[in-house]
Design a protein around this ligand. Structure first.
Ligand code: HEC
Ligand code: HEC
Length: 300
């Protein structure tokens, strides 16, 4: 018996090991500098460098495309919120991701190609920032020596609960959606983390340091931004709930199969034992439980 049980036990270990390998998040692409902790990542604020020509361009574009909802001085209206004190980073994120301008004030902002080129977007952001004070400026991102594997840990802890570990995005409990993080620029990741757009929490430097932000950006833009690199199985990035169910069914399915197999072997053993016993009954007409036991022990 003991020898036979060794086989299924080995199978179980093998199945578990395969499962762990298959569902482990992708850390197999440690990009340049992975593991180096001596990072020289710099995320500097560049709010103050706006020129008057830039502000004039920003004002023109804002008046044309934004003021109808946000008011002529971005002070807000019944249709749209006040933009003072948001900072250039927030405005840059909302415009560069195509969320703004909204087609109509009641539709949920969705990612689409931006209406403006980079220069125009920065001009609008600097103009709006000049109307109020505070808020993060547009960050400059330096990813030299940032670590993808560190970034993975930070992402798994802080971001995966909403965006999923593959960055595919997922429905949140309140009917809103955490968007997929594909095709996001390094600056947009920094801006989203620091400004916390919409229903996303804001992560200040006390929670995610500059160095950690650089690690995070490298993970998001170099690893999960490309679905093939996302690690785990290519389940189509269907989100943690669906992936969990697939894991559950495969795992439980394997256990049930192994269970049936062990059960089958045991039944057959019991059957064999019974035949031996019957032979004893027929031949001698007596009851010899000790004999049956002896047979079982001989098997083992
Ligand atoms: C059709 C109306 C409309 C237009 C046009 C529009 N917005 Fe908005 N904007 C909104 C609404 C409504 C919200 C709130 C959306 C939300 O929170 O989901 C918003 C939110 C924002 C936010 C985020 C505010 C915050 O508190 O986080 C920024 C930044 C912004 N808009 C900038 C702009 C800029 C810049 C333009 C012009 C390029 C623009 N919007 C054009 C309606 C509009
Ligand atoms: C509580 C859920 C939640 C958490 C946690 C969260 N996000 Fe978000 N994230 C959102 C939502 C919701 C949006 C869409 C913003 C909106 O409502 O318009 C978003 C938007 C973004 C965007 C902009 C996407 C685009 O299309 O431009 C980026 C980038 C982003 N998040 C990165 C992160 C990173 C990195 C972290 C971890 C540090 C994180 N998020 C943590 C919910 C979350």
């Amino acid at each position: 018996m003991r020898r036979r049980l060794l086989v299924p036990a080995g199978l179980v270990v093998l199945a578990v090991a395969l499962g762990v390998l298959a569902f482990a998040p992708g850390r197999q692409h440690p990009g340049p500098g992975a593991g180096t902790s001596l990072a020289s990542a710099v995320l500097a604020d560049t709010t103050s460098s706006s020129t008057s020509a830039q502000l004039a361009l920003g004002k023109t574009l804002f008046d044309q495309t934004c003021s109808s909802c946000h008011g002529p001085d971005a002070q807000g209206s019944a249709l749209a919120p006040n933009l003072h004190r948001l900072g250039a980073a927030t405005v840059d994120l909302w415009v560069s991701s195509g969320w703004m301008p909204l087609a109509n004030p009641t539709s949920q902002p969705i990612r689409k190609p931006s209406m403006f080129n980079r220069q125009q977007t920065i001009a609008i952001a600097q103009y709006v920032a000049s109307l109020g004070t505070g808020g993060p400026g547009i960050p400059t991102v330096d990813l030299k020596d940032a670590s993808v594997s560190e970034g993975f840990s930070i992402f798994a802890l802080n971001c995966a609960p909403c965006h999923t570990v593959t960055g595919a995005g997922d429905a949140l409990s309140n009917g809103l959606t955490a968007p997929p993080l594909r095709g996001i620029s390094t600056v947009q990741v920094a801006e989203a983390v620091r400004s916390g757009p919409g229903n996303m929490p804001r992560f200040a430097a006390g929670t995610i340091s500059k160095k950690q932000l650089a690690d995070l950006i490298v993970y998001v833009t170099r690893d999960i931004a490309h679905p093939d690199n996302s690690g785990g199985l290519g389940l189509g990035g269907v989100g943690p709930v669906a992936e969990g169910f697939i894991g559950l069914f495969v795992g439980v399915g394997a256990c049930v199969l192994i269970g049936f197999w062990i059960g089958d072997r045991t039944e057959r053993d019991a059957g064999e034992g019974g035949h031996d016993g019957e032979g004893g009954h027929d031949g001698e007409g007596g009851n010899h439980p000790e004999e049956e036991e002896a047979v079982e022990i001989a098997h083992a």
